[in-house]
Write a protein that binds this ligand. Structure first.
Ligand code: ATP
Ligand code: MG
Length: 440
């Protein structure tokens, strides 16, 4: 089906039963209520969307009075969370108008019409309302036509809208990448003009946008390249503005679009995609950037670890893989460097980067070595904890307490990485005693 046909296919507008019940309850109480925002847009595009937001003429107080279980979610902005019979929360927001804006925060006014509410939304494709009772579509800004034309276009005067809220510039780049849409020229000019002002956004907001891009966009490079060409990247993360194109394309090669509901896997994919962006920075630079963006410690540590492994191993790995000459000992050495639990993710990132660089020819060799490596990493000894002896065994065998223990354990790890068959108590103690005898 052509995108145009999809955009006009109202049969896809099927809000979940619980959302219909909430809307019906509000309607019965005399409050006009519509489905709005991302779910309407995505349904018209033929995609599913988890959160069907409702907009209503009822005030937050009136909404709370109508339902048993509500959460005062963002009540000063008019949003009440209504819990359905299964305890799932649905957002119900009072029709509102922004009366004041400071580039990020709005002061809002209630008691306005649906059309006023749609007028304060960012892009025409996000400003379409659907009435679940009458099935009427309200589309005062031509959002459906823009879905047909595959264009992201600001509602009203693009430049004024970007000045009101700078986050909209980044949202436009995300939506354009996610739907493979172009950006309307006036909207694009306003985004470019916004670039120098983006550092006024809180760092958390910027990181969230980057994370949403990694999570939602099948080919993140579509958005990232717009971050770069608009000047947003240089303004927000200058360290990444000059990385090779392959760095911006590497995330595209990690994982399929997030159709899976498995949250853990989706999170890992986003984290790996993020790490793949940073491979050209030094580990210290990468850490500084992520700390600057207020990334979690876990995320920051992960990216820094990947960057440092890549710089230690990347070139050597590529050469081995190019010649197809990868021994089990090579794989164990690499896995020992990344850590057993990180080896698979690290290899995914490395392969993504090589693919982004156009090393397609290497792919079969890489994939089979990578599979073998994962198996080996879990089977064979890689670290001191995996050895058949420990420090006290070594002391009993005559290695003096102190630094010699650590040095000996390290040499034993190297010995078993070369040949895991050596990982037996008698063999290791024999090696340790022999090395001890060599000492002056
Ligand atoms: P996503 O799939 O990312 O959730 P979405 O369109 O649902 O996309 P939300 O951030 O959930 O985006 O916002 C819901 C709706 O609220 C948007 O569709 C848009 O109409 C409006 N909106 C959100 N952020 C802004 C903003 N910064 N300025 C104006 N309107 C906004
Ligand atoms: Mg949403």
């Amino acid at each position: 089906m052509s995108p145009g046909a999809a955009a006009r296919d109202g049969s896809r507008l099927n809000p979940p039963t619980e959302v219909l019940r909430i809307a019906a309850r509000l309607q019965e109480a005399g409050f006009e209520t519509w489905c709005v925002g991302g779910a309407v847009r995505d349904a018209l595009l033929g995609e599913s969307h988890a959160d069907w937001d409702l907009a209503t003429a009822a005030t937050p107080v009136q909404v709370r009075a109508l339902f048993n279980r509500t959460v005062p979610h963002g009540i000063e902005f008019g949003t009440v969370g209504v819990l359905d019979r299964r305890g799932v929360m649905h957002e119900v927001t009072t029709f509102r108008r922004d009366v004041k804006h400071d580039g990020r925060h709005a002061v809002v006014e209630f008691g306005v019409s649906l059309d006023d509410d749609l007028a304060r939304r960012d892009f025409t494709i996000n400003a379409i309302a659907f009435h679940p009772g009458t099935r009427e579509l309200r589309d005062p800004f031509g959002g459906q036509a823009d879905l047909d034309r595959r264009v992201v276009r600001a509602v009203g005067d693009a430049s004024a809208r970007m000045v009101e809220d700078r986050l909209r510039a980044l949202r436009a780049l995300r939506f354009a990448g996610r739907f493979a849409f172009t950006i309307d020229p006036a909207t694009w000019d306003a985004i470019v003009a916004s670039a120098p002002f983006l550092p006024r956004l809180s760092r958390e907001r910027v990181r969230q946008e980057l994370e949403k891009t990694m999570a939602q966009v099948a080919r993140p490079s579509r958005s990232l390249e717009l971050w770069r060409s608009s000047g947003a990247l240089a303004s927000l993360v200058p360290e990444l503005a000059t990385v090779p194109d392959a760095a911006l394309r590497a995330p595209d090669h990690i994982g399929a679009p997030g159709t899976t509901g498995r949250e853990e896997r989706a999170l890992a994919r986003s984290r790996n995609r993020l790490a793949s962006l940073f491979l050209d920075l030094s580990p210290r630079e990468a850490r500084r950037v992520l700390e600057g963006l207020r990334g979690s410690n876990r995320e920051t540590d992960w990216v820094t670890h990947v960057v440092s492994c890549w710089q230690g191993l990347g070139d050597g790995m590529r050469q081995h893989l190019a010649t197809g000459d990868v021994t089990d000992a090579d794989l164990r050495r690499w896995a020992a460097r990344t850590g057993r639990t990180h080896f698979q993710d690290f290899m995914r990132i490395a392969v993504a980067r090589w693919e982004a660089e156009g090393h397609q020819a290497l792919a079969p060799g890489i994939v089979s070595a990578f599979r073998r490596g994962v198996r080996i990493a879990w089977r064979d000894p890689l670290s001191a904890g995996d050895l058949a002896v420990d420090g006290s065994d070594l002391m009993e065998a005559g290695v003096p307490a102190g630094p010699a223990i650590g040095t000996t354990l390290k040499r034993l790890v190297e010995a078993v990485i070369e040949d895991p068959a050596r990982n037996r108590r008698d063999v290791l103690l024999e090696l340790a005693t022999a090395w001890q005898a060599e000492q002056p």
